[in-house]
Design a protein around this ligand. Structure first.
Ligand code: KIV
Ligand code: ZN
Length: 388
């Protein structure tokens, strides 16, 4: 089995779907170009049948993007698949992603069809998509809550019909990592033609487990992860691209898996998506939050000044951030104050550390965070006191 995990980005489809206002063609193209620079393998650019605007965006992205496969989403309906084919045909190579729900609740209550009818619709959809391209992905919507025997039957039928990627979504973020990994393991053990397709996963974050579930799936042989920048997506969002990519990179020695992601592009891509989508990133979000490389405790600050990896498992530079941030608060110690003053251009002989530190702690207790200009003011007043 290959050790390459494909990164399928759906920021422009599942992510955009969850925004209060949809993005225009220009904004979508900017994001697509950033995703291409980031090194994603597949960009899901939209759902062409859903609106003329989405059709245009998918078409524009398909025309402009050369180093990633552009993909469009369609239900298992002829008109959706044809709209995808039409929008994408301007690209040299493209993917059609077609899906239908497979869980009992979706098949019965939403689609009001029998299981046999659903298998037939899936097969027909895959075959129709294959008329346009030999790169066809089929998704079993709500696979996480689908009976495993039926799921195996669906996956086998989709591959026989010509699907080259079969996606197993945990659409409502219901499963746990052991359970979801178990579903993937079962598919590998039970579906006879499974090696003819790439198994993909698409996890939602309703219980905060989207990344953990995707990782569990990859450990069981899934070789495509569907994800979004900053974890944007329906409800609590999707698996976050930056988190899964940095897990695979940081723990490469243990997992033995690679992606094509250029991790130094992560920070600027995250900022671009956050700005264009008007979706701020929470400060303590892993990898891209403002605090992800900030240290506040004096013990931690002293540690990272002595050896960065005491409290950093990856470098800020590896995700495109210039340097870490040592917050000056009442928890900070003398070591970081001296270090910051020297970074600001002062020599050791310019200040008496004890005097400055004493004034610093008093100010930090009143003010919370102390900034560089505060520190310089403290230094100035302590020098004045000394002179008189
Ligand atoms: O969450 C989901 O099941 C989806 C499918 C369309 C892949 O977004
Ligand atoms: Zn989804």
């Amino acid at each position: 089995m290959s050790n390459q995990v494909k990164i399928f980005d759906t920021t422009l489809r599942d992510g955009e779907q969850a925004l209060p206002a949809s993005l225009g063609v220009k904004e979508k193209l900017k994001i697509a170009l950033a995703l291409e620079r980031l090194g994603v393998d597949i960009i899901e650019a939209g759902f062409p049948v859903s609106s003329p605007g989405d059709f245009k965006s998918v078409q524009t992205i398909a025309r402009e993007i050369k180093n990633a496969t552009v993909c469009g989403l369609s239900r298992a309906l002829d008109k959706d698949i044809d709209a995808c084919g039409e929008a994408l045909k301007v690209a040299d190579h493209f993917r059609i992603h077609t899906f239908i729900a497979t869980s009992e609740i979706h098949v019965g209550a939403k689609l009001r069809k029998t299981q046999d009818e659903i298998v037939e619709m899936a097969v027909q959809a895959v075959k129709r998509a294959r008329r346009y391209t030999n790169d066809v992905e089929f998704s079993c919507e709500d696979a996480g809550r689908t009976n495993i025997d039926y799921l195996c039957r669906m996956v086998e039928a989709a591959i026989n019909a010509g699907a080259t990627t079969v996606n197993i979504p945990d659409t409502v973020g219901y499963t746990t990592p052991t359970e979801f990994g178990g579903i993937i393991k079962n598919l590998f053990n039970r579906v006879p033609n499974i090696d003819k397709a790439i198994i993909s996963v698409h996890c939602h974050n309703d219980l905060g487990l989207a990344v953990a579930n995707s990782l569990a799936a990859v450990e069981q042989g899934a070789r495509q992860v569907e994800c979004t920048i900053n974890g944007l997506g329906e409800r609590a969002g999707n698996c976050s691209l930056e988190e899964i990519a940095m897990i695979l990179q940081t723990r490469q020695a243990m997992l033995g898996l690679n992606t094509n992601i250029r991790s130094q592009e992560i920070s600027r891509t995250s900022k671009l998506v956050s700005n264009l989508c008007n979706m701020p990133v929470q400060a303590n979000k892993a990898i891209v939050g403002a605090n992800a490389f900030s240290h506040s405790s004096g013990i931690h600050q002293d540690g990272v000044l002595k050896a960065q990896n005491t409290y950093e498992i990856m470098t800020p530079e590896s995700v495109g951030i210039n340097k870490n941030n040592l917050n000056l608060t009442s928890r900070s110690g003398r070591h970081v104050i001296k270090h910051r003053l020297m970074e600001l251009g002062y020599k050791e002989s310019d200040f008496d550390l004890e005097t400055v530190y004493e004034a610093f702690v008093k100010l930090a207790d009143k003010k919370g965070q102390v900034f560089d200009y505060d520190l310089e003011a403290l230094l100035f007043f302590s020098q004045q006191k000394h002179e008189h």
